[in-house]
Design a protein around this ligand. Structure first.
Ligand SMILES: [Mg+2]
Length: 231
């Protein structure tokens, strides 16, 4: 029986350093207003909500139309790509991630994809920079909906369309690093494994009672065993 594993990106698959610089640059380019992502807690949130929270924290009254989000996503993609090229921002796969994605892709019992608050175009920059994009072609993104709990079912549907198979929600797993990943999984009747490689240590994540908690994704055999035990 097949399982679909849906990974969050930031804090779960990769660690980005100095991503705030291109993010703030793209805010100013897109909206003509200075905003600073360091004034909010972005973890587990979608990029559109992060920008709205930044403006709310700065008491900037602005309503953003759909076409402006497209412009912001385009500017952010360019800013990220420039920062990566200049070496001012780094995006690195977290320990064990590449080995885990390889193992899952070689195992016929598993399909894999992403569920992330990043826009699709910026998720691609991060995954390519970290050397993971060939394993994660499919997913749902902050550009599909700013409401994170709407994303898992979009990713599931895309996987079903791409493979021509159907999968039950209880055979889908969200692997993330925040209570928001867990909430999105629960709202879609999916299982959730939280990892302590983001902002929250394992002890704090356990409080939220995910289906399983791991300190990291280093031990491929342990992750696979956890996934199979929960199925
Ligand atoms: Mg995350």
């Amino acid at each position: 029986m097949e399982r679909l594993v849906l990974f969050d990106i930031d804090g779960t698959l990769v660690r980005t350093q100095n991503g705030y610089v291109p993010f703030n640059e793209a805010i100013f380019q897109s909206f003509g207003i200075a905003g600073d992502i360091r004034t909010v807690v972005p973890d587990g949130n979608t990029d559109p909500h992060i920008v709205e929270e930044i403006f709310a924290a700065a008491k900037v009254d602005i309503s953003i139309a759909d076409e402006h989000w497209e412009r912001f996503a385009t500017n952010l993609r360019l800013s990220y790509a420039n920062a990566v090229r200049k070496g001012t921002m780094t995006v690195r796969a977290l320990p064990g991630v590449l080995e885990l994605l390889r193992a899952l892709s070689a195992n016929k019992r598993f399909g894999q994809g992403v569920v992330t608050g990043n826009f699709a175009v910026t998720a691609r920059v991060k995954l390519e920079t970290a050397g993971l994009s060939s394993y994660l072609r499919l997913g749902a993104y902050g550009s599909d909906s700013p409401h994170r709990p709407a994303l898992p079912s979009i990713a599931k549907k895309r996987w079903e369309q791409a493979t021509g198979k159907s999968i039950r929600a209880e055979h889908c797993f969200i692997i993330g690093d925040t209570p928001k990943d867990l909430d999105a999984a629960r709202q879609n009747q999916m299982k959730c494994i939280l990892v302590g490689t983001g902002r929250y240590p394992v002890e704090e994540l356990m409080f939220w009672q995910p289906d399983a908690c791991l300190s990291d994704l280093v031990d491929t055999a342990e992750v696979l065993k956890t996934l199979l035990n929960l199925s």
